[in-house]
Design a protein. Sequence first.
Length: 123
Amino acid sequence: MWLSKKFNEKQSFAAEKGTVALGGSSTLRLSATAQSFRVNCYAPYGYSAYAPDGEEILIINGSDGSAGAGTRMKDETLKEGEISIISDSKGCVRLKNDGSVQINGFIFTLDGKIKNSQGEIVL
């Protein structure tokens, strides 16, 4: 009876916040309600990152174990539709809504101009 009840129960999978205890580029050690070792970390296609120790991460617990779904976003200055990539050393690439690309404060416009952070054309 108990065994048949267990087979009929639906499995529920949960997500929770955790902390990167030992960083890495593809497998991590995470700390949440329980320690998880050798957790695979997932990102959009083409993106790779080394999650540093102490970062907040979303953990999805499933039938095959735990998976890291990504670290908490930090760039709160983005406008709707914009994208930024920021390294731990504050290197930054931002794709802006007007089609320009900002790299570490320099703005590359659609018409090929380069502007500094004050908006002055430098090239």
